[in-house]
Design a binder for this molecule. Structure first.
Ligand code: SAM
Length: 246
């Protein structure tokens, strides 16, 4: 066997986020064991399907009070862009919105990044998104997720092209380069999270957890981007700097 691949994907990309949530995030955000009944969650970038849809909530003492699944392109939109649904028909609602512009609602205990942040290419957009995420969390709230990160063995084959200086992964489409992902190193991600005002609680790479652009992916290749599992906390007391009157 080729020495560069011998690890099956475990878990699959689809299940990875749910496992991160139930094993590492839920026990941190719930004050009373795994009772999530008072918890309001915002999910970023659910795409076609929220990671919270059709899950077994019997694993917990109580399911979350509400989940807003926010995406700028969702098929299942039930509210106007940027607005919360007027009459939520269930605890999980899909909402259209752009996290670089406005995050609807607020005072969330948890913001869960379902592979959205690494899609933000522009540095200014990323800074705005981090600021919006920070402001939408209640003090002591958490933001968590999985993120694609660069490493020294990372390599892509056409039609993908990684511009290392810009940290941007492009797809070559005819004569043009279409930006797909921002792939920072783990140190750059760490710096971004800290600069946004968060404390880092969990920062973990699991062997065999990779992001793949191979449509028939079955194996984790050593040249694939790493998968960083991370949890950050908004401090309970936010210190505002202010100029002394004297
Ligand atoms: C890589 S997909 C992830 C989809 C799904 N959660 C998954 O893991 O397969 C990223 C999602 O983020 C959404 N997205 C990208 N930029 C966004 C932004 N600025 N605001 C809101 N959603 C955004 C995209 O529309 C897309 O659905």
């Amino acid at each position: 066997m080729d020495s560069s691949s011998d690890i099956n994907f475990s878990p699959t990309i689809e299940d990875g986020l749910w496992i991160l949530f139930k094993e590492n995030v839920a026990p941190r955000v719930s004050s009373n064991s795994l009772d999530l009944t008072d918890i309001n969650i915002l999910e970023l970038g659910p795409g076609e399907k929220s990671i919270f849809e059709n899950r077994d909530w019997n694993l917990f003492y109580g399911r979350p009070n509400s989940i807003v699944a926010l995406d700028k392109n969702v098929a299942k939109i039930v509210a106007l862009p940027g607005e919360l649904p007027p009459l939520p028909n269930d605890f999980l609602n899909y909402v259209q919105g752009d996290i670089t512009e406005k995050i609807p609602g607020g005072e969330y205990q948890l913001i869960f990044d379902s592979h959205c942040i690494h899609c933000l290419i522009d540095a200014e957009d990323r800074a705005k998104a981090w600021k919006n995420i920070f402001n939408a969390l209640r003090p002591g709230g958490r933001v968590a997720g999985e993120m694609m990160v660069a490493h020294k063995f990372m390599q892509f084959n056409p039609p993908f092209f990684y511009a290392e200086a810009e940290r941007i992964l492009y797809k070559i489409v005819g004569e043009t380069l279409r930006p797909l992902r921002k792939i920072l190193s783990h140190l750059e991600v760490e710096q971004e999270i800290l600069s946004a005002g968060f404390e880092i609680e969990y920062f973990f790479f699991a062997k065999g957890r990779k992001f793949s652009f191979d449509p028939a992916y079955e194996y984790a290749w050593k040249t694939d981007p790493d998968c960083l599992l991370w949890i950050a906390k908004k401090p309970s007391v936010v210190i505002c700097s202010r100029t002394h009157p004297n």
